[in-house]
Write a protein that binds this ligand. Structure first.
Ligand SMILES: NC(=O)c1ccc[n+]([C@@H]2O[C@H](COP(=O)([O-])OP(=O)(O)OC[C@H]3O[C@@H](n4cnc5c(N)ncnc54)[C@H](O)[C@@H]3O)[C@@H](O)[C@H]2O)c1
Ligand SMILES: O=C(O)[C@H](O)CO
Length: 386
């Protein structure tokens, strides 16, 4: 028997019942749902991660759609319950949807939404921040100051790495990986090596054009190379940032062997998903190689860390905040709500999930479409002509 969960209700007489498993930033997403005759129920339960049982209680007997979070396990049990309650749509408030069993959603005809694009630059900025913080040992130095240990300038105090002229390696050069690469190349004049299953022509053109600009100004040009294997990136790069999706092919992509292949004083950044790195192997590697540094936003068994990680001075660790800018989080809430609303209203699916800006302009009504439905093809949903 499912336990009751605390909720807050907006527009109690709305025709369609939409549940959000968490309060989300901003109010635009709530207003957009209310304007289209939705009753919005927001779970205000104090505990951070809701269980399947909690979510079953939220779905109840009648539910048209759910906005959920990456911490939840959306599989057979929840999709069958949502379908029984008359629900046709679920959206993660996240671009990554490795917590969702899309095959189960397909089986019950439930559309699955995600929130691409609006978090690209914000997430890349955190990856860039971690890269800088690791290269210049900012967190260690900050702790040193606060501990009252600074007693004067010294030639060897917190000496780190200069990024200019070094090589940045990107694994997974999709939206976020490419944005990060551009920041590091343009901001710090780093050379680029990347590995992805697909060629990133726009990124290559960007680096080529920037290299020509630098050359025309009498500076050393930046260069790029698409590696034919991930190992090439690991061996050659000074800073390596991970941005692939998490799936069977990327689970423990970075493991004991791949860590060994990297330079002894390399910097490794992960703002993708924790299980992309074998975290226990990483702890051993950090312990054995004090010059190796890591910046982590995500962890293998969130919210936990593998034993020993928190003690490592050469690790910077932050709690999955890469997309946490106000504009982005409000935008994610809006996209997630519009994914669900679009399916409830029978709207088509937006034709290009890489171009979601029209949904984010607060001064105009959003297009009558679901911004990003990942199983649109499998469910044979119509695509917007816009
Ligand atoms: N830390 C955070 O808060 C945060 C924020 C946003 C996104 N993310 C994560 O980042 C991921 C990427 O987001 P995106 O919008 O850039 O997605 P995207 O689909 O644009 O990019 C992912 C890239 O990974 C590549 N890829 C897939 N398998 C690969 C493999 N085996 N080797 C190398 N490359 C591979 C794909 O070809 C694609 O180019 C999301 O799936 C999510 O898990 C995390
Ligand atoms: O996948 C995502 O969107 C993140 O992990 C949270 O922003």
């Amino acid at each position: 028997m499912a336990k009751p969960v605390q909720i807050e209700v907006w527009n109690p007489n709305g025709k369609y019942r939409v549940v959000s498993t968490k309060p989300m930033p901003g109010t635009r997403w709530i207003n957009l749902l209310i304007q289209q005759d939705c009753r919005v129920e927001i779970c205000t339960e104090k505990k951070t991660i809701l269980s399947v049982e909690d979510i079953l209680a939220l779905i109840g007997d009648k539910c048209d759609g759910v906005i959920g979070q990456l911490t939840e396990d959306w599989g057979e049990v929840l999709f069958s319950a949502l379908s029984r309650a008359g629900g046709k749509a679920f959206s993660n408030m996240a671009v990554g949807y490795n917590n969702v069993d899309v095959n189960a959603a397909n089986k019950y005809g439930v559309a699955v939404g995600n929130t691409p694009g609006v978090l690209t630059e914000t997430t890349a900025e955190l990856a860039a921040s971690l890269s800088l913080a690791a290269a210049r040992r900012i967190v260690e130095a900050d702790e040193f100051m606060r501990a009252g240990r600074y007693d004067g300038w010294l030639p060897n105090l917190f000496v780190g790495n200069l990024l200019k002229g070094q090589t940045v390696g990107v694994i997974g050069a999709g939206r976020i990986g490419s944005a990060y690469a551009r920041m590091m190349v343009e901001g710090f004049k780093m050379n680029l090596i990347y590995f992805d299953l697909y060629q990133s022509t726009r990124l290559e053109k960007f680096v080529t054009a920037y290299g020509e600009f630098l050359k025309a100004n009498g500076e050393a040009p930046v260069t790029w190379r698409r590696a034919s294997s991930m190992d090439e990136v690991l061996r050659e790069a000074d800073v390596i940032s991970l941005h692939p999706v998490l799936d069977k092919t990327t689970f423990h992509l970075v493991n004991k062997e791949s860590l060994k292949a990297m330079k002894k004083d390399a910097i490794l950044i992960n703002c993708s998903r924790g299980p992309v790195i074998d975290e226990a192997a990483l702890v051993d590697h950090l312990r054995e190689n004090p010059m190796f540094r890591v910046g982590l936003d995500v962890f293998e068994d969130e919210p936990y860390m593998k034993p020993g990680l928190a003690d490592m001075k050469n690790a910077i660790i932050v709690p999955h905040i890469a997309s946490a800018s106000k504009w982005t989080r409000e935008g994610m809430a809006t996209l997630a709500a519009l994914n669900v609303l679009g399916k409830i209203k029978g709207y088509p699916v937006w034709s290009d999930p890489n171009r979601v800006e029209p949904f984010l302009d607060e001064n105009v009504s959003p297009p009558a479409a679901s911004p990003s439905i990942v199983n649109a093809k499998a469910l044979e949903l119509p695509t917007s002509k816009l």
